[in-house]
Design a protein around this ligand. Structure first.
Ligand code: B3K
Ligand code: ZN
Length: 868
């Protein structure tokens, strides 16, 4: 049977609802029994059949109003109960049996190490028991867990602990009650033995909230950063959004086996241990910041996600786009706003733009879904956050916050839609968002083509703006969007910022682009300006303006918007790459242009902001460069990129040495100043690795390091520059850390992205490594995922070996963990971007998958879309 698609337009309110759920869970890794007692209410008069979702368990019994009941029909994914003769309110009792230890899908109830935990979003609850498993059914939960006390001293669920006791047979039980109505996807349960870090937070209204972080035994020294991050998040949400936590307890549990980053279950977050555990020897600066932002993200969901949830899964961006926007703002307020913006834009351009150009293109509010797990995408999340950010730009902070208040007032305790949100913003601000709404229904990356014209005699400057959204796999026709375009004008010779004036009136720096073609006119422009376009990346679009190198250098020198300065150097990098790729393809010699060298020299000779300089000096990754082209030449890009690396290193060796020494830090500390210094120093190291002093310097850096940031920087520099010392360093690292999976993930990822010709062989060998485990998603992502998505040169080897390897892995994962498989397949479904020969080979791989007789719906949805 082929999996069937669901459409947004087919949404119907449920005919029945469930108001109370009482779960009695007899827990054991090999055999768990769940008794679920549901209070059901008929919502639509005359509704005769109640269809409950459920699969992958043994259905043991059903009672209706206390009596065994058999007037039911059961299929592979549901149980339909004939309730035609029953009153409008009734009670169901359902008994199921499960085997968590054998559940490798990591959805529903499963074993992670020695613990047992749940993952229910999006549709995992139905793997535990029969349920109206949809987000618009909100119920109150009471959960009693009984399990062996020695093996599972902690038994956790949502809400407040209301009772507990010991049994005589070595088991104990704990009962939890969650006073808030919630959808089934927010249900959680954890059982295990942990080290526990406790703390508390006093909310702005003076309530004391107990904070608890559960980690594997022996990891207590890695939990404090997460705790501090949580407290900072709680405080920030009170200050910036006026939102206060609502329960008396907030728990976070770190587990090693987890399909994603983390999960915002009410009062009981479950986290991938990668986003909790940190100490200087094991975590990099990036890890520290990532942990803080994921902790914040899940915490922020308590309001945007849990108190107000989604009516249906098509509305996912309602909670995800908004919550990503909130976590981005949190990080920007606490650290460097421009640095955060730049990182986010890099991700958007490299990954989201690529998604728009792929068979998986979809609007932030999808119209059609086969497997919901496939839609937790960069489009729904990051582009979704961009849409919220544009609203913020158009409304300003004050009106935006008024809109938030209204949205919360109207929707608290409900399952809402994206429209509910936009409508609140519209009414609170009085700004017409009719055209803006199209961002929710239209997929694809809009292109803004801009040209200019200067009338020196009349001191008039004009910007001609054209918008065009190319059609996407899911949608041929595109409409004009409302695009906020942030501009500044900078005097080409004076470097002065020119005020924006139209007919003697000051005008806003945000231009409203709404038509296919528009001209914006500026008066009293007394010298030829260089336009700084799309400041702060004010909209998720591709911008095309034909800047000369001189103009880009002027922006680099004079723009006061850091994003614009960074973007100017990006454009210089991009142009340098494009020109050289053309040379390479025509068999000409590669050249390092003087203009480009001038720009870099300017940058290197005026370092005032180490963090920004580090970002500006970072050469875009292969995958970022790839997005400049419709047809990607992976081998050519890798070659030219390496040529640029080497040329920059050779040209500026002295500067890099100098900066490397100036930016040395004392003992390791996680603070903005040191993070910035380390970032700059390690960028310098990455270039210096390609010079004659590389060998000595990198090795010394490695052995002098007192923290993972520096250790990894050295290891990475050695690997990328293929230094002689790299095998010694890699072996040293492996010996030291082979028992620590999270740390080894960094090592696996480096191995998978080695520039060596025989990297695939190495990767295949590592599948047998003592630290590798194919059932752990983190290990798979770092070894197999990094190879397929971060080593394009090897993955796209013309002999097709990279594709064959990935497909072999996917065939295995299709059975054990389809959700992870479906993430891993991404580079393969983007085949239309490559030459015919590669396309043929990629197609062959996809057909192998298609012909499997048990292809999971996750992979089916993607394979089907490509081969169509
Ligand atoms: N809401 C979860 C993601 C669930 C993914 C389900 N496949 C984490 C988050 O976005 O915060
Ligand atoms: Zn989220």
């Amino acid at each position: 049977m082929q999996p069937k698609a669901k459409f947004r337009k087919d949404y119907r309110a449920p005919e029945f609802t469930i108001t109370d759920i009482s779960l009695d869970i007899q827990l054991d890794a090999d055999r768990t029994f769940v008794t679920s007692t549901l209070k059901v209410e008929r919502k639509v008069e005359g509704a005769t059949h109640l269809r409950l979702d459920g699969h992958s368990f043994d259905f043991l019994s059903l009672k209706l109003n206390g009596e065994p009941y058999s007037n039911v029909e059961k299929d592979n994914e549901s149980l339909t109960i004939d309730v035609s003769a029953v009153a409008d309110q009734f009670e169901l009792q359902i008994e199921t049996g499960l085997n968590p230890a054998q559940n490798t899908s990591l959805q529903g109830l499963y074993q992670s190490g020695d613990a047992i935990c749940t993952q229910c979003e999006a549709e995992g609850f139905r793997q535990i028991t029969y349920m109206l498993d949809r987000p618009d059914v909100l119920a109150k939960y009471r959960t009693k867990i009984t399990a062996n006390k020695a093996k599972y001293p902690f038994l956790l669920s949502n809400g407040n602990r209301i009772a507990q006791g010991d049994l005589t047979d070595g088991r104990h039980w704990v009962e939890w009650e969650d006073p808030f109505f919630k959808p089934s996807y927010l249900f959680a349960l954890v059982a295990g033995d942990f080290d526990l870090l406790t703390d508390y937070f006093i909310t702005k209204s003076g309530r004391k909230v107990a904070l608890e972080i559960y980690v594997d035994r022996g990891n207590l020294d890695r939990a404090s950063w997460a705790m501090e991050s949580l407290k900072r998040s709680m405080k920030w949400d009170e200050e910036r959004f006026g939102l206060e936590y609502d329960l008396d307890i907030y728990m976070i549990v770190a587990v090693d086996f987890f399909n994603m980053g983390a999960m915002e279950n009410k009062g009981l977050n479950i986290f991938n241990s990668k986003f909790v555990l940190a100490k200087p020897e094991t975590a990099t600066d990036t890890d520290y910041l990532d942990i803080e932002s994921v902790i914040a993200h899940e915490y922020f969901h308590n309001w945007t996600g849990n108190r107000i949830t989604c009516r249906d899964w098509f509305q996912l961006s309602l909670k995800e786009g908004l919550t990503v926007f909130r976590d981005q703002e949190f990080t920007s307020d606490l650290w460097s706003r421009p640095a955060k913006r730049i990182e986010d834009v890099r991700l958007l351009r490299a990954v989201q733009f690529a998604e728009d150009a792929s068979p998986m293109a979809h609007p932030i509010r999808p119209e059609k879904v086969i497997e919901m797990n496939n839609f937790y995408t960069v489009t729904v999340y990051e582009k979704g956050a961009e849409v919220i950010r544009m609203l913020h730009t158009l409304l300003g902070e004050e009106k935006f916050q008024q809109g938030m208040q209204l949205y919360i007032q109207e929707n608290d305790g409900k399952a809402a839609t994206c429209e509910d949100f936009v409508s609140a913003m519209e009414r609170a601000s009085g700004i017409d968002l009719t055209q803006f709404r199209r961002w929710y229904s239209q997929s694809g990356t809009p292109e803004l083509t801009v040209s200019d014209e200067y009338d020196a005699a009349r001191q008039i400057y004009r910007l001609h703006v054209t918008q065009h959204t190319p059609s996407t796999a899911d949608q041929l026709e595109k409409l004009n969007l409302h695009i906020p375009l942030k501009v500044a004008l900078i005097g080409e010779t004076s470097g002065q910022k020119i005020p924006l004036i139209y007919q003697n009136e000051s005008i806003n720096e945000i231009l409203n682009v709404t038509q296919e073609q528009q001209t914006f006119e500026f008066h009293h422009v007394n010298e030829r300006p260089v336009p700084a376009l799309l400041g702060d990346f004010s909209a998720p679009v591709r911008l095309d303006f034909d800047y000369s190198a001189e103009q880009l250098i002027a922006l680099l020198k004079f723009a006061d918007n850091d994003f614009i300065r960074w973007d100017a150097i990006q454009t210089l990098f991009n142009n340098e790459l494009k020109e050289n790729l053309a040379r390479l393809q025509q068999g000409e010699l590669l050249q390092f242009s003087e203009k480009f060298a001038d720009a870099l020299a300017m940058l290197l000779n005026n370092v005032t902001d180490p963090q920004l300089t580090a970002l500006m000096l970072t050469l875009p990754k292969e995958t970022e460069f790839a997005e400049l082209f419709k047809n990607i030449d992976p081998i050519g890009i890798a070659k030219v990129r390496e040529y640029l690396l080497e040329s920059i290193a050779a040209h500026f060796e002295t500067n890099f040495v100098q900066l490397y020494h100036i930016n040395e830090c004392g003992a390791y500390q996680v603070n903005a100043e040191d993070i910035a210094k380390r970032a700059l120093r390690n960028v310098c190291l990455s270039y210096l690795a390609f010079t004659d002093r590389g060998e000595e310097l990198v090795k010394a850096h490695y052995f002098a390091a007192d923290n993972m940031t520096d250790t990894l920087a050295a290891l990475s520099a050695a690997t990328k520059a293929e230094l002689e010392c790299r095998d010694e360093l890699l072996a040293d690292f492996e010996e030291k850390w082979h028992q620590d999976g999270l740390v080894m993930d960094k090592w696996f990822a480096l191995q998978a992205t080695r520039p060596d010709e025989n990297v695939l062989e190495i990767v295949q060998g590592l599948l047998e490594h003592r630290s590798f485990n194919i059932n752990n998603p983190n290990r798979i992502r770092s070894l197999v995922g990094s190879f397929a998505s971060q080593n394009p040169k090897a993955f796209h080897n013309a002999d097709g070996s990279g594709y064959r390897f990935l497909v072999d892995m996917l065939i295995k994962l299709n059975e054990s963990n389809p959700q992870v498989a479906s993430r891993l397949i991404e580079p393969l479904i983007k085949l239309s971007r490559y030459d015919n020969q590669r396309q043929t080979l990629m197609k062959r791989g996809l057909e192998r998958l298609k012909n499997l007789d048990n292809l999971a719906r996750d992979l089916f949805e993607k394979v089907e879309k490509v081969l169509q």
